[in-house]
Design a protein around this ligand. Structure first.
Ligand SMILES: C[S@@+](CC[C@H](N)C(=O)[O-])C[C@H]1O[C@@H](n2cnc3c(N)ncnc32)[C@H](O)[C@@H]1O
Length: 234
């Protein structure tokens, strides 16, 4: 049997899981992340959960194929079937930002200071950053990873305080020396320009047009800051 290998996106998340953690992997699907972490001996145990029976079955198959112990499989919505005292680290990866937010909103214990969150939204990262800032979390690190041609952001969040500028909400946090950040911000700029062009065509979307203009300015500033931080001096 081939050794289990994680794609770059999950590999980055795995690297941030604290040594000896008890992990909740929400929306585990194939269960690769908890299985790999148990095989490496990096975590002491995990609850691998999914909303749907099919993916949870896939996770069980992965676990039994690799003979991993100390992983429990639970069918539940988000963190609804997981007690705060069972885990110290929560991973929520490969889901839209709105789904991640609904999972966090339904589990306010995640903001009480006992848990590390590792979040990898597939979309609407700005909503996730904004929600965390307004609901008692601080993003303690963020990084970008390219996986099969797509850029993903991974955030580590803990209970805390943070205030974000619009440039950080849209362009990410602490990415000044991330080599992928320029590409990431440029992609956001292009998407915002396209949305702005569409909004400008309708007189009903005046407020939205103004909002998009502000976002665009903030992203251009974020790009300028990244370029300044990465300017070669020789
Ligand atoms: C694209 S897969 C991601 C799998 C894995 N986490 C990864 O990043 O590779 C998304 C999984 O999340 C599950 N899911 C979606 N909404 C969920 C929710 N509210 N609670 C738990 N699982 C959910 C889906 O059933 C699916 O198996």
């Amino acid at each position: 049997m081939r050794a289990l290998e994680l794609p770059p996106r999950l590999r980055l998340i795995a690297g941030w899981v604290p040594e000896g953690a008890y992990l909740a992997d929400v929306g585990t699907d194939h269960g690769y992340l908890p299985t790999w972490l148990r095989l490496q001996g990096k975590i002491r145990g995990a609850v691998a959960s999914d909303l749907r029976p099919g993916p949870l079955e896939r996770a069980k198959v992965t676990g039994s194929l690799y003979g991993t112990d100390n992983i429990e499989y639970r069918l539940c919505n988000g963190l609804a079937g997981i007690r705060p005292s069972e885990v110290d680290t929560v991973t929520i990866a490969g889901m839209g930002g709105e789904t991640i937010l609904s999972i966090l909103k339904a589990a306010p214990w995640t903001a009480e200071g006992q848990h590390t969150l590792l979040l990898q939204p597939q979309s609407h990262e700005e909503m996730v950053r904004q929600y965390l800032a307004k609901n008692g979390f601080a993003i303690t690190r963020e990084a970008l990873v390219r996986d099969r041609g797509t850029l993903y952001t991974v955030m580590e969040a803990k209970a805390g305080k943070m205030e974000l500028s619009l440039s950080q909400v849209w362009g990410g946090i602490g990415l000044a020396h991330d080599p992928l950040a320029d590409r990431y911000i440029v992609e956001k700029i292009v998407r915002t320009q396209m949305a702005l062009a569409g909004a400008k065509r309708s007189t009903r979307l005046q407020a939205r047009t103004e909002e998009l203009r502000e976002i665009l300015t903030a992203l251009l500033r974020a790009r300028e800051e990244w370029r300044h931080a990465n300017r070669r001096t020789n």
